[in-house]
Design a protein around this ligand. Structure first.
Ligand code: FBP
Length: 547
């Protein structure tokens, strides 16, 4: 395998560990826990894994432990640092007993069900230390939720003598990890299940989980390129750049990038919903900033848009729901309509409110809403080109204002979508250290016989020495939510809090950033050099943790 110079130099990096994990550890149990909501219902569903205490690791006496076999799964979207979770886990189980073995299940949870696995030896692990990506064993989105899958999994776990399974995933994968832990505990199957908090989206966090891994690196990569665009934009002074950012429903990525680069506009979906803003309200807000800047002779700027925005505009949500229902029941008739007549057909069939909104959408977006559907027949909102939708609607509004004499400028737009380019970047020092510690902590939870826990590393805005490693019962993060028409126990998704410090900081500055062209250019992630350049956590985390 040919390697870049950076990859070779980076392979030698030794991730930092919290002080307590540097030698033998003991698990200190805290108080019993409760789920964040719906305690009675969750307790009933998880009789064996509910209410367990928080765990904190402290320096302890060395004990000789028998060798243990452990399995690991990467689940869902890639996030920088996954390989370091695995190398931390590997080093942890080897430190406990050099004869311990680690097995990786191939291409996500499906590998467990299909008995597709490989042993991860030290040669393999060494190839992947401090690298981005999930390619060591691959990832997948198979949901582990049915009993026959749990049973198929148990067959191979027994065959390989695996004592514990570590599932590295987002909120849904960790919810499923907990269901699996409960199932194996109830059966006394002798297999522990531990989760690790992964997702660039940043929406798996709570009191005990400060951040999901990958968020730090992904936001730094996006902020680097947005910064570059802003410099280009401020050099040519002729384009408005509409930049959509990945992140699914939550706007954490857009908000963090805004805090890093100080754009002219950043839309936060959670605020749009809270203020019950219409699509026209969002468009008017952006157009007003464009017009105000134009009045000062500045016909350029940047607009950050979170991927999930459309789902947070209540009127769009209603339109999409009606379209989903209508097209599900009239699929046959719709397929017979000539392409050039489909738009008019939909306009005639929808309720007056939704019909008016649909008619106001640019042609391309209107088509996307009727064409791109997922296997459940729903519109795939992540495929909607919101950046083009907004810029086209802003252009139309500005044309009207121009005719009315309210706007005197030029408007030319460029469009970007940043997502995949940040998901597999080489992990920042923060993610490299955090992930390695999460993996190492998982090995200690296993050694202490724990199941149904998520690996937790806290106090991460302090130097790594002072980080606090332990475990949090996954049931503690759960509540009941309606999913596909049924009430289900799920880990509560963390959306942007409008009363939280990151949003409040942004909101206090955005009017100034809109007008003054106060761009920040963060530059590329640095791995070697002064600590203030290489080791800064995200602004979100720094603001959230500021005492
Ligand atoms: P996870 O929630 O599994 O971590 O995935 C995150 C994500 O990158 C989202 O931001 C994005 O909407 C989605 O994955 C894209 O999914 P896919 O990789 O299947 O295209």
């Amino acid at each position: 395998m040919t390697k870049s110079a950076l990859q070779i130099a980076r392979a030698a990096y030794q991730p930092k560990l919290p002080k307590a994990l540097k030698g033998a550890v003991k698990a200190v149990e805290g108080a019993a826990t409760q789920s964040v909501a719906d305690q009675e219902a969750i307790q009933k569903l998880f009789p064996n894994t509910y209410g367990m205490p928080l765990i904190k690791f402290e320096a302890g006496e060395a004990v000789k432990l028998p060798a243990m076999n452990v399995g690991v799964i990467l689940s869902g979207g890639q996030a920088p640092g996954g390989h370091n979770v695995i190398s931390g886990l590997f080093d942890g189980i080897k430190a406990l007993n050099p004869d311990s073995k680690l097995y990786g299940f191939i291409l996500g949870p499906g590998g467990l069900v299909d008995h597709n696995y490989m042993e991860l030896t030290s040669d393999i692990i060494d190839e992947y230390r401090n690298t981005g990506g999930f390619d060591i064993i691959g990832s997948g989105r198979t949901k582990l939720e049915k009993e026959d899958q749990f049973e198929k999994g148990l067959e191979i776990l027994k065959e390989l003598g695996i004592k514990a399974l570590v599932i590295i995933g987002g909120d849904d994968s960790n919810t499923n990890a907990c269901v699996l832990a409960e199932y194996y505990a109830a059966k006394k199957a002798g297999v522990q299940v531990i989760g690790c908090p992964k997702t660039i989206d940043g929406d798996l966090k709570n009191e005990m989980i400060e951040t999901s891994f990958g968020f730090d690196t992904a936001c730094k990569v996006y902020s680097e390129v947005i910064g570059n665009i802003q410099r280009d934009c401020n050099s040519a002074r002729k384009y408005w750049h509409f930049i959509k950012l990945m992140g699914r429903s939550a706007s954490h990525i857009a908000l963090e990038c805004a805090l890093q680069v100080q754009p002219n506009v950043c839309i936060i979906s959670e605020e749009v919903e809270a203020k019950d803003m219409s699509l026209d309200d969002v468009v008017t807000y952006i157009a007003q900033v464009v017009a105000d800047r134009a009045a000062q002779g500045n016909n350029f700027g940047t607009v950050l848009i979170p991927e999930g925005l459309v789902e947070f505009i209540p009127a769009m949500k209603r339109l999409i729901a009606e379209l989903n229902d209508f097209l599900a029941t009239n699929a046959e008739e719709f397929s017979q309509i000539k392409k050039s007549h489909q738009r008019d057909y939909i306009i005639r069939k929808l309720s007056p409110e939704n019909s008016a909104i649909y008619a106001s959408l640019p042609e391309g977006v209107a088509r996307q809403l009727t064409l791109d559907r997922d296997p459940h027949g729903n519109v795939q909102v992540s495929l909607i080109e919101t950046e083009k939708l907004l810029s086209e609607m802003v252009a139309t509004k500005l044309a009207t204002w121009k005719a009315e004499g309210k706007y005197v400028g030029k408007f030319a737009a460029q469009h970007h979508f940043f997502g995949y380019e940040g998901r597999c970047a080489a992990p920042s020092n923060y993610d490299a250290d955090y992930c390695y510690s999460l993996g190492y902590t998982a090995s200690m939870l296993i050694a202490n016989g724990k199941t149904g826990y998520m690996s937790s590393v806290r106090n991460t805005t302090a130097p790594a020495e002072e980080w606090i490693a332990g475990g949090v019962p996954i049931t503690m993060m759960m509540n009941m939510e309606r999913r596909h028409g049924e009430m289900k126990p799920v880990i509560q998704k963390a959306l942007v809090k409008l009363d939280g410090a990151p949003f409040k900081t942004f909101a206090a500055m955005r009017d100034q950033w809109a007008m003054t062209t106060d761009y920040v250019y963060p530059g590329p992630i640095q791995y070697f050099g002064p600590t203030e350049v290489c080791d800064q956590p995200t602004k979100t985390l720094q603001l959230e943790q500021a005492k």
